[in-house]
Design a protein around this ligand. Structure first.
Ligand SMILES: C[S@@+](CC[C@H](N)C(=O)[O-])C[C@H]1O[C@@H](n2cnc3c(N)ncnc32)[C@H](O)[C@@H]1O
Length: 469
């Protein structure tokens, strides 16, 4: 963020636009000089170079906090403050996550939850003293939120920030996840142990992760999504201090046992018990290596849809992970046009480290997550995917009765329906470019095959292809 500066790649070339296109700062960065002229309290933090370029010292906590305060006030009509030392959010970066959720909600990949109201309802896990996501989501899009947290200072200041904005106060409720008073959902032994063990922090870092949803989400409640900017680090030493910024952050905000991987794993585990309470589960992920691992965990947990994205935050990349247990819409599962028996697509611009083998493994994980049986041959770089008899039968009952299926062959009309199968093959065309081919092996359920293949294409492109393209 800052003074219209373009992000530079390591090789010195200009990177393409990095903000979400609906982010109000995508076209032009905040104008520090204009804001300084309007807000005298901000002026002392703005330096103007000989060339007339206005800048802010992002290593100065007071400067970044004042910038966030004036941006929220000027551009969003939000009154806001945090005490010294609390994590200070940058408004343009936090807005990207909100707009990505907006995209997820408006995609017709999965149907809306049955008892959803007109107002979109979100749950912000770890809202912090800054309460930034509820304030942005409510002011930008009119969403309502429950924001949870566990520390006294976060709960007190999140509430203050809500109360300072009477026009939004009716949309935001803050809950203490440590109190967790109101659920009759069964608690596992592990959850009980966690609850009993959250007492006193050691060196400011909590000893174990408090409940995420258990006892915080009420039995009758449903949400369109949850979101989370988790504590990324295992310790404050690991968090270090980024010399280029001073977003600060206390130990409770920045670190937890096991770092983000443990925290998000906890969300994934909880999401299984709360699969009917949320349409989308989402979290920010700080490390790419963790993203891959967490995608596998989400799939193992049985999610029916998994999406990822990359957010670029100044010089730092972060990732978004989203999953749902809601069955994809029929038109997302099967093509409405007659299915074909052969499909192919190219994967170009694979991120470094992603070759044919990784693509094969990701494709295998994709089909396994859909509970399809996979036989992978890593010599010929192919996977044979088979639907169970029950899955085949269910797809046929859904209307996928296609040329070659039993309906067209009177001799088979009363025969047992056996599992449809197809083969996915990965070919290296040239370094960095792969061709993925799919062929239906027994000519039944071509609509299902067509739809699964297009979902595979979207998943592999999202997970493995560089966003810089
Ligand atoms: C990195 S901060 C995020 C704050 C804010 N959402 C933001 O984006 O700036 C993580 C927050 O999670 C809170 N937290 C830790 N464990 C939690 C739990 N089990 N439930 C809810 N919040 C938790 C911490 O107290 C901290 O405020």
């Amino acid at each position: 963020m800052g003074g219209g500066r373009k992000r530079r790649r390591r090789d010195g070339s200009d990177a393409p636009p990095v903000m979400h296109p609906r982010n109000r700062y995508a076209a032009s960065a905040p104008d520090f000089a204009a804001l300084a002229a309007l807000y005298p309290s901000f002026a002392p933090f703005v330096a103007v170079s000989g060339g007339g370029r206005a800048s802010v010292d992002f290593t100065d906590f007071a400067a970044t906090r004042e910038l966030t305060r004036v941006l929220l006030l000027h551009d969003h009509g939000v009154n806001w403050w945090i005490p010294d030392g609390q994590l200070c959010p940058t408004v343009p970066n936090r807005s990207n996550y909100i707009h990505w959720i907006e995209d997820l909600l408006s995609s017709d990949l999965i149907p809306p939850i049955s008892n959803s109201s007109e107002t979109v309802r979100g749950f912000d896990i770890g809202t912090g003293a800054n309460c930034i996501y509820p304030l942005l989501g409510a002011s930008l899009l009119g969403w309502s939120f429950v924001g949870s947290d566990v520390t006294d200072v976060a709960l007190e200041w999140a509430k203050r920030n809500v109360e300072s904005n009477p026009h939004l106060a009716g949309l935001i409720e803050i809950r203490n996840a440590n109190e967790a008073p109101c659920s009759s959902k069964p608690e596992t032994v592990a959850e009980e142990a966690v609850r009993e063990n959250i007492s006193e922090p050691v060196d400011g870092v909590v000893r174990s992760i408090a409940p995420i949803f258990v006892g915080v989400v009420k039995d009758s409640e449903s949400f369109d999504f949850c979101m989370c900017n988790p504590p990324f680090f295992e310790s404050m030493e690991e968090a270090g201090l980024n010399p280029k910024t001073s977003c600060a952050g206390t130990a409770e905000e920045m670190a937890c046992p096991g770092g983000e991987q443990a925290f998000i794993t906890h969300i994934i585990e909880d999401s299984v018990s709360f699969k009917n309470s949320f349409r989308w589960f989402t979290s920010m992920v700080g490390r790419k290596a963790n993203l891959k691992l967490l995608v596998s965990k989400v799939r193992e947990a049985g999610a029916s849809v998994v999406k990822t994205t990359e957010f670029v935050q100044g010089q730092t990349a972060r990732w978004g992970l989203a999953w749902s247990f809601i069955a994809p819409r029929k038109n997302a599962i099967r093509s409405s046009t007659p299915g074909k028996v052969h499909h192919s697509f190219m994967l170009q611009g694979l991120r470094r480290g992603n070759g044919a083998f990784q693509v094969l493994k990701s494709a295998e994980a994709f089909f396994c997550a859909s509970n399809l049986s996979c036989k992978t041959d890593s010599v010929s770089f192919s996977i044979d995917v088979t639907l169970s008899d029950e899955q085949t039968q269910a797809a046929r009952l859904d209307g996928d009765n296609l040329p070659g299926s039993v309906e067209d062959d009177p001799t088979k009309l009363h025969s047992t329906v056996t599992g449809a199968s197809f083969r996915i093959s990965v070919f290296e065309q040239m370094p960095g470019t792969l061709l993925i081919k799919g062929s239906l092996l027994n000519k039944s359920l071509s609509g299902t095959f067509t739809s699964l293949f297009s979902q595979l294409e979207e998943t592999l492109k999202t997970e493995l292809v560089s966003k810089d393209r």
